[in-house]
Design a protein around this ligand. Sequence first.
Ligand SMILES: *[C@@H]1O[C@H](CO)[C@@H](O)[C@H](O)[C@H]1NC(C)=O
Ligand SMILES: *[C@@H]1O[C@H](CO)[C@@H](O)[C@H](O)[C@H]1NC(C)=O
Length: 208
Amino acid sequence: MNNLVVFFALSLLVYVSHAIELDFCVGDTTLPRGPQGYACKDPANVTTDDFVFTGFRGERTTTNMFRYNVTLAFVNQFPALNGLGISMARLDFGVGGVIPVHSHRTSEIITVIRGSIIAGFIDASNTAYYRRLEVGDVMIFPQSMLHFQINVGTTPATAIVSLNGANPAVQFTMDSLFAGNLPANIAEQITLLSNEEVTRMRRSFDNA
Ligand SMILES: *[C@@H]1O[C@H](CO)[C@@H](O)[C@H](O)[C@H]1NC(C)=O
Ligand SMILES: *[C@@H]1O[C@H](CO)[C@@H](O)[C@H](O)[C@H]1NC(C)=O
């Protein structure tokens, strides 16, 4: 698995280089973030360690309601991504695990490295594009499209994704509707769900 991760990371470096006036700008995450990202850490204090992320090592447990575990390598976890318009994440699925429908500000490209999943997205015309992916398969979810993944194999599954933004965000549709501060009566009105259904969804997603 590690070789695949390294290969994938290297193959994406060709997209890099929004940093026109600087070779790099490792983010100083102790300072506030502006619309362009973080201010740069003093280059005199930057070392190789800043450019290496070891957070994808090891096994994952999948104990939440949906049996998934996501490890982000976004700018907050990996500040060297600051300003480079690129990030990654590791997705782990228990047997039957699902990543519920969600979106990012960016596009996402996924590579399956263990197991077998159905991955898909839904476009603005409500057309769903989905496919069972096996190890080595790659699929792209275009920018900001709603998308999802389901482990359909008989073993745990793992995928690596890359996104063309350092801070792409993860917005889970159901959490936005039922786990945030949106009042239940508004959730009912804008979804046509009944009061009982909204109550059930709020109970489920609050603890998801
Ligand atoms: C850089 O590192 C030196 C030595 O550790 C430290 O004294 C200094 O405050 C650091 N500079 C910044 C801007 O963090
Ligand atoms: C993800 O896996 C790690 C390592 O096993 C574990 O510490 C963490 O609690 C897991 N997170 C979820 C949401 O299951």
